[in-house]
Every structure is written in structure tokens, then in C-alpha cells.
Design a binder for this molecule. Sequence first.
Ligand code: PMP
Length: 401
Amino acid sequence: PSAFQHLMQAPEDPIIGVTTAFSKDPSPVKLNVGVGAYRCEEGKPYVPQVVREAELRLLNDLSRNKEYLPITGNPQFTGLSAKLIFGEDSPALNQKRVCTVQCLSGTGSIRVGAEFLAKHYAHKTVYIPIPTWGNHPTIFTVAGLEVKSYTYYDSNTRGLDYEGLLRDLNAAPSGVVVLLHACAHNPTGVDPTADQWKGIQKLIRGKNMLPFFDCAYQGFASGNLIKDAFSVRLFAGDGGECFVAQSYAKNMGLYGERVGALSMVCGSESVAKRVESQVKLIIRPLYSTPPIHGAAVAATVLGDRELFNEWKADLQGMADRIIHMRQLLHEALKARGTPGDWSHIIKQIGMFSFTGLTKEQVAFITDKFHIYITFDGRVSMAGLSVKTVPYLAEAIHIAVT
Ligand code: PMP
């Protein structure tokens, strides 16, 4: 007998479930392009050399200990993290209007921000794009916010439905929270242009909404840290308030180390101070204090000119390899004469290509070719290599013809 006899078997997470199924597949030709993790040309997990170097420095520094961090995390890390996303000369930072706390990667940062909003923000509704990263609606719902959505993607053009986005946000009540992907929108790989961002900014500020940026791919999208911070800096530079959740999972390859930060850009220095005091009350009963190691690695890289430059080169290398995979896959489909326009594969940016493959086509490809793709047709370009592109192209070709 068990007190939990009544429990039903819960469904597996749709994204993590893809990797579980992949791991169980004994096929020697199997390929995982479901998981959003960078792989090197050999298909292996990749730890940037700069991360290994930072870890060696930390290991050899015998003055380090294992004491608890403050509730808000490693102050060196949070300071450098804020500078990375907002810029060295950010007015909001200079005016000390920003409160930054170390959290458990991107997910933990969004969750802490969501908990804070549910407790302290006047409006309890968040608007998220359709589609979006599958964890977004759940994170906000469990934190106690009502989740509504706005149009984002146009499946006909396989680009941004800018008119639809403006229409939906215009129709939304003033003051609500709006979740925005800072760059490299997941899963679509479609981002607004600079002008479109300005239009979105005008609407959001005009309706006194609170923008909440999810920034999981800074530097990973274009290869350039500044370029990928454009949208966040636009909003953080206009004097208004916004939240930003940063993740170092992808751009530093620190996935399992859970390194991230939540920044709350506030109206004044005194508000930022009070916000910090209140966010500590949210964190303390959740996990008390964040872990030491990953944040120390990130701070070491961000705080040392030589390591920082090395990291920038690594980022460019990862972004370039992904862009190269886009070109190869596009060429391979064209060479096969695969029906349809596949130019979106080279137009989309970031880790993923939103291929347009249907659920049935994805199931067929997984079944026949042992290629693992999320059900929405999202392919991780970072999981491909020169060797595996032709195999995927062949599978897609057969699936759509
Ligand atoms: N937001 C988006 C859009 C993501 O794609 C991810 C990673 N899959 C995250 C947030 C957070 O990931 P993590 O918690 O591993 O930093």
C-alpha cells in the first residue's frame, strides 16, 4: 500500500522526452536534433576551451572556499552580467536603477521574476508569443500569473507576423506583462527587425506594459554580443522599466551548471533597492542561495580581458558553424529538388530551424531514419555536421515527397 497509489503516470516533457527516446534507440545511425544543445563537428557535447581555462584558474586558486553565496548570488558575476547585456555605458546601470540577482540559469531567472511579479505587480497577466519555448506557459502559470498569447509567427511566410503581433498587443489590456525573446526566438528562429523592435517598443511603452525579456542566446545568434543585445538595450535605454532573464547555458556551454541572472530595471535607484530586498524574500525559501561554481566560471571569463576575447572568438565560431549548417542543409534540399521553398532555413537565426515539417512527417522521420526532432518540426542546427546534413536532407526529402 502506498499513500501515492492514486497517482497517474505523468507525461514526459515533450522536449526532454525526445532525448530520452534518442538515448534508448540502439540504431548506429541515430541523430538527435531535438535537444537545444551545441555539438561540435563530431557530434559531441562541446565545452569551450575558455571555460576549461577559467575552471583551471579557479581550481588552482587556493584562497577560494565553499562558503554560501549571498542570496542574490556572486556580486562580481551579477555586475559583469548586467554590463554584458545592458552595455558598459548603460544609462540605467549608471543611474543604479538595475537590480541583478544570480539565479538558476534562464529557467530559474524567469521563475524568480515571475514569482516576483505575481506577488508585487498590479497586473497578473503575461502575454507570450505563439509559438514559444514550451516551458514558458508552465513557468508563469505555476508562479501564479494568467498566461495569454499574442500572434508572432506567420506559417505562410515562415516569418514574423508583425501586423498580427501589433494587433494582439494593442487589443491587450494596458499594464500587462509581455514576454519577449531578446534574440534568436525559440522555436522559430524569426526575430523582429530593428525598426519592428522600435514599433513594438512604442506600443508597449504607450500602453504602460512591462516587457520581460528572455535572453537565452546572447552572442550565439549572430556571433556578436552587442548585436544580440539590441532589443534589450533599446528598452533599457528609454528610461522605462523592464525585466531581463539571462542564461549562460548556450553561449558559454554551461548548460548543467545552471548559470543565469535576473535583472530588474527599475524607475529609480531607491525602487531598485527595495526591489532587491523583496526579491531576496522570494529566493530565500525557494533555494536559499545559488550555487558557486558556474557563476565563478562565468565571472572569470567576463572579468578577464584575455579570456573574454577568447570567449568572443568561441561564440563567433559556434555561430558560424550553425550558419554553415543552415547553408549546407538548404543546398542539400535544393540539390535533391525537394518540393517547397526552403529559404527560411537560411533566413532564420540562432540555434533552431523551424522547418515547417508536420507532426506526421516528424514521426515518419524518427521512425524510419532514427532522426529525433521535436514534434513542432524544430531542428537544432547545432546538432548537425557536414557528415549528417545529407542524411537529414534525404529524410526530409522522402518525408515530404
Ligand atoms: N528560454 C529559452 C527561449 C530557451 O530556449 C531556453 C533553453 N532551452 C531557456 C530559456 C532556458 O534554459 P536554461 O534554463 O537551461 O538556461
